[in-house]
Ligand binder design. Structure first.
Ligand code: PEP
Ligand code: MG
Length: 747
């Protein structure tokens, strides 16, 4: 077998390219390729295995193995040596394949006579496509040069696959970007939507994986890397960077200046790849490592390298983010991640959002919630699988995405959407009716909001007001601290749009997961329990004072409701309340109109506040339970952590008893109580919270109808008696009992 040299590798790539340029169906091309590779590498066997579906590899073409095994021999990922290459995305190189651990004997192929085996993955930037294998009878390990050469060949095959070179008869690669894919992620926002993929960052298309003139390609890559370095240096020179942005850019700079990165790409170019294909080959290796690295810091760095590779590819190809493609009807945004301002730019055009990363409390998730569009997060590999315009179904309730769904799946999904729409129509007919239970108890239903975009829902949903206006969104979507006049104008429009209905403005709740882009990030070991919300407002009062002034000015004589988040003890509330009173006095002195009526409330989000002195409940004009935070601290279960966030149920008797205690404390002081966490919008949970005596619930606009519908059908006094009885008898979780009770009434 000849020693591989770089020029031989280039010759092989040229032969491949020329062969691919010849006419012929997909299968014919694959057959020709295996022949060329075996011949050129001096091996008896060359085989190409491609993914049939996510789990199964199929022998699609071979030179040297028995012909009848083509399209017959299949293995699961991880099975045999080929399956191992596919799973680990690293080459297997052995002189004695049958003796290798995990070797699987496939009698139909006749491969048992071949001793040496070299398999490398065919992959393209996170997309696993298959495995290419060369085998020979002589027992020897393949040289480093041969491994490199086969990897370069695999890269070319991956690029050609992407361009559709093997689509055709015989089923070879017929499935790429065509087969239905179901991706299980996590719920970011409930709801269901059907539409077409719109990629936030369209893929860069590389049309020339093989290059004739390495010197020109090396010049191109060096020029592009220089341009990249300058652009990263320019970004770093910008003044307005916070510590975190600086850190990311420093990492970018490190990679951009890395000699190893450029050297490896240059070596691949010398072996015959074009500059673009060389960048993608390095990117693919980094993506493959990403799958196996558990360390979050290293993963971040690999992500940085990935971003940088995309930038480099855009410089090389001149392809910007705007490809001129037209956004399809019913667009579903697909992205690795997206910032809140960018998502807001798309606005209500979008029918849904699917992210590869993201988190329940991320800014993008908050905006998706405000826009009331379904959001699925942690949808692994969606950006590699999806193409612009692909049909896609987003099931936000289950956290599942169906890409290019089978007809049967689409039909079932449409049934579900139609049922939801029918239910919405039914709820619409209740819009002007009160949420009055059979026992005559009236519950006041309000909605949560955070953007002007939410306000149109106020009239349509049947909500009596806004029970929680999260003011941080206005801060999160800007690159700078908003001015007082800007805020006053926004709050004033909110009050205008509410047309006299009550709006409870919650002062800034930043810190924890909500970090402002322009604020210095404070590294905290446990940010949810750290310096956040009112703690920041009291320690650094400048922004809170400015916000309070903006609220008073926005009210301009109209009634004003303000609530302070995350109060843990009475003195925090006392101080915050005093700050507001000071601002009122200041505005009075300035001769500005004062609110006709002022309500000042506290959010009860820490268990400690439920045991505050009576003076606290007497001082508050109202208390609002922030159930999301309260639940996480009550059960000590992080609301952001997928592993535990669903572990505890609001209908757990401990939590219900706790809510009952808060109800009693408020009742003793005559202080109105509301509940504004996500559970207020879940009909069964809402029912139990109301039965315990919470008379006002604030929820997402879409939940008002379903909650009202259920409340009107039950007797809350009866449910209260049931809850008290069950709690007394020691039932741990009341959900089964409550569900049985509802079922007993045909609900
Ligand atoms: C809550 O904690 O329940 C709440 C309403 O506030 P947020 O979800 O914004 O923390
Ligand atoms: Mg909260």
């Amino acid at each position: 077998m000849p020693e591989r040299t770089e020029s031989e590798s280039r010759k092989l790539l040229r032969r491949l390219r020329d062969s691919l340029a010849e006419p012929g169906a997909g299968q014919e091309r694959l057959d020709r390729i295996t022949h060329i590779i075996a011949d050129s590498m001096g091996c008896e066997v060359c085989s190409i295995y491609l993914f049939r579906d996510e789990e199964t590899l199929e022998l699609c073409a071979t030179e040297g193995l028995k012909e009848e095994s083509v399209h017959k021999t299949r293995m699961r990922i991880g099975e045999g040596l080929v399956g191992r290459v596919a799973r680990t995305l690293t080459p297997v190189n052995t002189a004695n394949a049958p003796a290798e651990k995990g070797f699987r004997y496939m009698p139909e192929t006749g491969e048992e006579i071949y001793s040496s085996f070299l398999g490398v993955p065919i992959q393209r930037v996170g997309e696993k496509l298959g495995v290419i294998v060369v085998q020979s009878k002589t027992a020897r390990e393949f040289s480093v040069e041969e491994v490199d050469a086969l990897e370069v060949v695999a890269m070319v095959l991956a690029e050609m696959t992407e361009l559709g070179a093997f689509v055709g008869d015989g089923g070879a690669m017929a499935g790429l970007h065509k087969r239905p894919v179901m991706i299980r992620g996590a719920t970011g926002q409930e709801g269901a939507a059907e539409g077409r993929v719109w990629l936030h960052e369209p893929r860069v298309v590389v049309t020339n994986p093989v290059a004739d003139d390495p010197l020109t390609e090396i010049e191109r890559i060096r020029a592009a890397v220089s341009e990249l370095r300058v652009s990263v240096d320019d970004l770093l020179a910008a003044e307005s960077l916070d510590k975190e942005q600086k850190q990311v850019l420093e990492a970018y700079r490190m990679f951009a200046h890395s000699r190893g990165w450029l050297r490896r790409m240059e070596e691949d170019i010398t072996r015959g790849l074009s500059a673009e294909a060389a960048v993608e080959k390095e990117q693919s290796t980094a993506r493959a490592r990403l799958e196996t690295v558990p360390d979050p810091y290293l993963r971040d760095r690999l992500h940085d390298l990935d971003d940088l590779s995309n930038r480099l590819l855009r410089i090389l190809t001149g392809q910007g983010k705007d490809t001129g493609a037209e956004m399809p009807d019913h667009p579903i945004l697909v992205a690795r991640n997206i910032g809140p301002a960018e998502l807001l730019d798309y606005g209500r055009k979008l029918k849904g959002v699917v992210l590869e990363e993201g988190s329940v409390g991320s800014h993008a998730a908050i905006v998706a919630r405000a826009l009331a569009i379904p959001l699925v997060i942690h949808a692994d590999r969606i950006t590699a699988e999806a193409l612009n315009g692909d049909p896609i179904l987003v099931d936000g309730d289950q956290g599942i995405v169906h890409l290019r769904p089978e007809d049967t799946v689409a039909v079932a999904f449409r049934d579900k959407v139609a049922m939801q729409a029918a239910a919405q129509n039914r709820y619409a007919s209740l819009r002007d009716l009160p949420a009055e239970a059979k026992c005559g108890t009236r519950i006041s239903l309000h909605m949560n909001a955070g953007l002007m975009a939410d306000l149109p829902s106020l009239a349509g949903s049947g909500a009596e007001g806004v029970g929680l206006f999260r003011t941080e969104l206005q801060f999160l979507i800007r690159a700078h601290v908003p001015k007082r006049s800007e805020l006053a104008a926004i709050y004033s429009s909110v009050l205008d749009a509410a047309k006299g209905k009550r709006v409870a403005f919650r002062t800034l709740d930043i810190g924890s997961d909500k970090v402002l882009p322009y604020m210095k990030r404070v590294e905290e070991p446990n940010p949810a329990m750290g310096w956040r919300a009112i703690r920041v407002g009291l320690d650094k009062p400048g922004v809170m004072r400015m916000q309070l002034q903006a609220l008073i000015r926005a009210a301009n004589g109209r009634p004003l409701t303000v609530m302070f988040p995350f109060v843990a003890e009475v003195n925090e509330f006392r101080h915050a309340r005093q700050m507001l009173m000071d601002e009122i006095a200041r505005e009075r002195a300035l001769g500005h109109a004062l609110p006709e009526r002022l309500e000042i409330g506290a959010m009860l989000e820490t268990p400690s506040l439920a045991y505050a002195p009576d003076a606290f409940f007497e001082m508050c004009d109202f208390v609002s339970i922030g159930g999301n935070d309260l639940k996480q601290f009550f059960f000590a279960a992080d609301r952001e952590n997928e592993a535990v966030r669903r572990r505890y149920d609001v209908l757990n008797s401990s939590f219900l008893r706790f809510v009952r205690h808060i109800v009693d404390r408020c009742a003793a002081a005559g202080t109105p109580l509301s509940f504004c966490g996500e559970d207020a919008g879940r009909p069964v949970e809402a029912l139990c919270i109301a039965a315990l005596g919470v008379r006002m619930l604030s929820m997402r606009p879409a939940s008002v109808g379903p909650v009202k519908h259920l409340i009107r059908r039950v007797d809350l006094t009866e449910l209260r008696a049931l809850i008290d009885r069950e709690c007394a008898t020691g039932t741990a979780n009341l959900r089964p009992t409550v569900m049985d009770w509802l079922a007993g009434q045909d609900i």
